[in-house]
Design a protein around this ligand. Structure first.
Ligand SMILES: *Cc1c(COP(=O)(O)O)cnc(C)c1O
Length: 382
């Protein structure tokens, strides 16, 4: 018998909001481009099984992952659509990728040679070519498209199908559009110099931020990630520069212990907070071992019974203390919200990321396995 997933601390996923964000994105780019949801890193930490179960009925063209293991997981879940492995594949992973019928994203001719070796006449393999237009971490150099284009073309045949070409923007979330415009120009330039008909292949470039800001860069497909999961893809632009996503993720924990402390009492490693008066403190069973960023200690807040209360002292691996002096009605067993809504109060993943000096992506993917992922229970009216 397993205990209730909501007994200690948990991640709540609002699948209706996930669907709504997908629909908003679809509306923005129009009906033509294929959607390739990025479900790497366990669906950005939400739990890939629930993410894929939610997206499958919406009929995306395929999915994007980072690793071969992530792709195999999708196959085990029954996904038959194309699955693109976006990170360069280590040679040791190639056989498994081929056996699972994944699509490789290729950044050099040696990698393509390994992919060709894994392809059999009876089981053809597909690949997309990445063009490096400034991201630098992967892809063929946009300047040398004639040369590598010829090399790639020679490998291509019935057993090895060159089905796509893409690039990746490094600054689509930045207020300055110039770097993205320049990457776009380089990509188009490389495509023109290829010794093959680029337009006969699936062309793609846009992540969430690019797809929402510049639907004209959507080409044949877009690759949204963070927006689907309720992360604002371009916070530096202000909240309304793109249609704001509906929040998808909440992180909650139970209030497990409450006590009154006298002035001068201290809390947490390093005793970084001292009670100024007689105070009421609450301990919640969640800490950095669950992925709650340690930088929130003495800076972050939580919601309980619809009210915001401060975190006090350093965050421990397993516990965090909140000051409940102004919330005397609270009681052991109450639900405390670290990310998400409680009544009219809300803590967004962006607010947490800012306090933790990072981005929403890292907050979400940092939530550890100790937190069960549960589906948000339907609430009437919203
Ligand atoms: C992760 C990733 C994306 C998705 O980016 P978001 O900013 O989350 O929308 C798109 N393309 C590639 C190649 C990626 O690695």
């Amino acid at each position: 018998m397993s205990i209730d997933a909501r007994s200690r601390a948990w991640v709540e996923v609002d699948t209706r909001a996930l669907r709504a964000n997908y629909d908003t994105l679809r509306g923005r780019v129009g009906p033509a481009p294929a959607l390739i949801p990025m479900v790497k890193a366990d669906g950005y930490g939400l739990g890939v099984e629930r993410v894929v179960g939610t997206l499958e009925p919406l009929n995306p063209w395929g999915y994007g992952v980072a690793t071969v293991d992530e792709g195999r997981r999708l196959r085990r879940l029954g996904v038959e659509r194309p699955v693109l492995v976006f990170s360069p594949m280590p040679p040791q992973a190639v056989q498994a990728a081929a056996a699972a019928g994944l699509t490789a994203c290729v950044s050099d001719l040696d990698a393509l040679a390994r992919w060709a070796e894994a392809a059999g006449a009876d089981a053809p393999l597909d690949f997309h070519v990445e063009v490096d237009t400034g991201m630098g971490r992967a892809g063929f150099d946009w300047r040398a498209a004639e040369e590598w284009g010829e090399g790639v073309r020679r490998f291509t045949g019935p057993a090895l199908r060159w089905t796509g070409i893409f690039t990746h923007f490094h600054g689509a979330d930045s207020p300055d559009p110039a770097p993205t415009t320049e990457q776009w120009r380089r990509f188009r330039d490389a495509l023109e110099r290829l010794p093959v008909d680029a337009d006969a292949r699936m062309l793609h470039a846009a992540n969430s931020a690019a797809a929402l800001r510049w639907p004209e860069y959507a080409l044949d497909a877009v690759r949204p990630g963070i927006y689907l999961y309720g992360g604002h893809p371009a916070t530096a632009l202000g909240p309304d520069a793109v249609p704001p996503p509906r929040p998808v993720v909440a992180v909650r924990a139970r209030l497990a212990h409450v006590k009154m402390v006298p002035p001068g009492h201290t809390v947490g490693y390093g005793a970084r907070y001292t009670a100024g008066t007689r105070e009421r403190w609450g301990t919640i069973d969640i800490g950095y071992g669950d992925g709650l960023p340690r930088l929130l200690g003495n800076r972050g807040s939580a919601l309980v019974r619809g009210r915001e209360v401060p975190m006090i002292g350093r965050i421990s691996m397993d516990m965090t203390v909140i000051d409940l002096s102004d919330s005397p009605e609270t009681a052991v067993g109450d639900v405390v919200t670290l990310i998400g809504r409680d009544g009219d109060a809300e803590i967004t993943v962006e607010q947490v990321a800012a306090l933790a000096d990072t981005i929403s992506y890292e907050v979400l993917t940092g939530l550890t396995n100790r937190l069960p992922r549960v589906e948000r229970e339907a609430h009437g009216g919203d």
